[in-house]
Design a protein around this ligand. Sequence first.
Ligand code: BGC
Length: 358
Amino acid sequence: MTIDLRRRSIEIITANQAPTGAYIACPNMDDYAYSWFRDGAFIAYSMDLVGEHDSARRFYDWGAQVINGRADVVARALHKAARDEPLGPDDYLHTRYTLDGREGNDDSWPNFQLDGLGTWLWGLRQHLALTEQTALPGAWAQTVRLAADYLHGLWRQPNYDLWEEFGDQIHPYTLAAIYAGLRAAAALTNQPNYETRALNVRNFILSEGVRDGHFVKYLGSDAVDASLLGLSVPYAVVDPGDPRVQRTVQRIEAQLRPDGGGVQRYAHDSYYGGGQWLLLAAWLGWYHTCAGDPTRARSLLDWIAAQADAHGHLPEQIPQYLIAPDYYEKWVDWRGPIATPLLWSHAMYLVLEREIGD
Ligand code: BGC
């Protein structure tokens, strides 16, 4: 019997949304028993695309509560950043929270990441557009201003990338999410100064984030990272047909798709040995659909569907053609099996399916 992966993905996401509105990253892995702004925004977007608007609304309510409850942290972060004072662990908004909206208690795990809030603002804008709401509800208006001011005040600071690594670098992916977040804030609040700030970030990406005609993983590097797809889709720093994006995608395809199937994160990844990520395969398909190549997108959708287990669960990654095979067992010993089901994988499957237009 073939599994209806669209229906299963909606069921799995619905079943794993907490009463608070938070989406757990993965219900079967202690490390992932949190809700991330990044994962959550993509998950909410997928739910909006399939008409589950109430689920998305509850996630944005949860995020708004988390952020509005930390206006003091935002003020402190902006105050210190303006004076070039270093930020301590209580001086910035964390990247993930418990399902009831508290900070986690593992201090050794990096939390200073800016992309998630940018993605959250981008997703909120999509939610309002897809639900045809023109006015921004009061609590969300406060959140949009807090989040956008925070991103504007901190965007030049090195911070951890979306994979929670390389915290001493500045990442074009992160800047792209900030750009999209600031543009969303401009549209949602009717404040053109957020648009001006967004354009400054974009100019910076285009002047500092390109090398040999392609975008780079972080400033000063000449490597690519599969997440750079985000610069065109969905953050729209540049069009999918932009030559710099095309060169970036060619490199991602040549260097990070070992068998022409799934997509690895970056060249020296050792997390669970550095396997093929389902959400990145979907992201590449999303890009190809927007670039006018639905055939390539469809083969990526099929590849993802073929990775579902008997319960219709999609994992985070597939341990095939590993970059660093020795690390696979080490991670399994440290943290348990690869996260399955990963809600973000299901979300990106739904996004790609909708984009292809079945
Ligand atoms: C990934 C993050 C993700 C988190 C939860 C981490 O391993 O690097 O991008 O937000 O898992 O899915």
